[in-house]
Every structure is written in structure tokens, then in C-alpha cells.
Design a protein around this ligand. Structure first.
Ligand code: 13P
Ligand code: ZN
Length: 214
């Protein structure tokens, strides 16, 4: 998968994915944001304050790889985070951030291991997500998170923002969306299983399934 060469197809893909995630309750209100990397090296992002349920193809924002606004409406306040992922991960062509309920709930739990917020409960979680660093709380849009996010994204395609929600990059929008849905379902399982003795995959079982980290 290379960066998106057909801008109008990329716009349609962002809107289609945003609607699908929103209508299935994976984010709510005006939360969450999506982006893709275009072949010319610029980024197309959802605009700030928009609902993923109603954003239109003609309403997307463009930034450069530093997250600087180039054209269209003002980009998501997390443009700096999206841009950090693209700089850190040359093979990433899409980034999805959601406030999906169960992953957001895990991000609020006390005592979560900051190196890996969720155990590998299932094979699909190990395949699609792997390890999930928890980044310390910053207010939404607080650009001081950028250096840590960029550093962490060099070795992890999925991050959990404390008291906030997940961010995932993928080689394509379909893969990023697939991974963030898997994360949400595993967060749900994790919460369902709290108080039960669980048997996650062993480190060896998880390691053979782990996604490659380009
Ligand atoms: O999820 C969000 C902030 O973290 C939504 O913000 P934007 O409306 O600026 O994209
Ligand atoms: Zn957010």
C-alpha cells in the first residue's frame, strides 16, 4: 500500500469510514478524527468540531507533515498527533482517533501498565494491535504531547491517550479502522472479565501473531 494518489477517492474513503464508525457508535458527538497521507506528501484530515456522522467530502482540511494548515477548514486539533504518526511511520497512510467507550474506559483505569495497557486476550488483538502504550494525560489538542507521541509511534502503531481514547495508524484506512475496532472489542472483553481469572495468550503465542512494525 502506498500513499493515496486519487484525492477524490481518498476524500470519499475518509467520509465513508467516518460515517461507518460513527453510526456504529464507535465515537460520539463531535469526537474523533481521521486522516490519510496523499501521494504529494500532504495530509487530508477531518476538520475540527465536525461530527464523524455528518462530515462531507468537500469539508476536509489539508496540512503538511508538520500539521501546519494548508487549505480547507481548520483541521482537527489533533492534527499534530496525526502528523507525528506519519513522520514516525513512513509506511502509515491513515490514522484514526476515536473516543470509543471501552478503550476510553481502560484509559481511565488506575494502575494500567503504561508500557502496555491491555493484555493479549485474543489472537485477533495480538494480530491487529499487539502492544498498546498508554501516554500520560494531556488536554485534547495539547501539542506538548507531540515529541513523546512521535517517539512512541516509531515503535508502535497504536497508542492509548490517558483519560481520552485510542489513536491507530495503518498502511490503509481499512487497516487502521480494523485495528481500532479490534482494540475497542478487546477493551470491552477486558472490562467484562475484570474480577475473573483470565488466561491471556502467552508471550510466545502473542509474539508469533504480532503485526510487523515498519
Ligand atoms: O477527539 C477530538 C479531540 O481529541 C475531537 O477534536 P476535533 O473536533 O478538533 O477533531
Ligand atoms: Zn479525542
Amino acid at each position: 500500500m502506498t500513499a493515496y494518489a486519487d484525492e477524490s477517492a481518498a476524500r470519499a474513503l475518509i467520509v465513508r469510514t467516518a460515517r461507518s464508525l460513527f453510526t456504529r457508535g464507535l465515537t460520539h458527538g463531535s469526537t474523533g478524527n481521521l486522516s490519510v497521507r496523499l501521494a504529494d506528501g500532504t495530509l487530508l484530515l477531518t476538520p475540527t468540531g465536525s461530527s464523524l456522522g455528518t462530515v462531507e467530502e468537500g469539508e476536509l482540511s489539508r496540512t503538511d507533515l508538520r500539521g501546519e494548515h494548508l487549505d480547507g477548514p481548520r483541521p482537527t486539533k489533533e492534527a499534530f498527533l496525526h502528523a507525528a504518526f506519519y513522520r514516525a511511520r513512513p509506511a502509515a497512510n491513515a490514522v484514526v482517533h476515536l473516543h470509543s467507550t471501552h478503550a476510553a474506559a481502560v484509559s481511565c483505569l488506575d494502575g494500567v501498565d503504561p508500557a502496555n495497557a491491555l493484555p493479549p486476550l485474543t489472537a485477533y488483538y495480538a494480530m491487529r494491535v499487539g502492544t498498546l502504550p498508554l501516554l500520560p494525560y494531556h488536554a485534547p489538542g495539547d501539542g506538548s504531547l507531540e515529541p513523546l507521541a512521535e517517539r512512541t509511534a516509531r515503535t508502535h502503531h497504536a497508542l492509548l491517550l490517558a483519560n481520552h481514547g485510542p489513536v491507530i495508524a495503518g498502511p490503509s484506512m481499512e487497516q487502521a479502522a480494523d485495528a481500532i475496532e479490534e482494540l475497542e472489542e478487546t477493551a470491552k472483553l477486558h472490562l467484562l472479565l475484570r474480577g475473573h481469572t483470565t488466561r491471556p495468550l502467552t508471550p510466545e503465542q502473542a509474539a508469533v501473531l504480532a503485526p510487523p512494525s515498519p
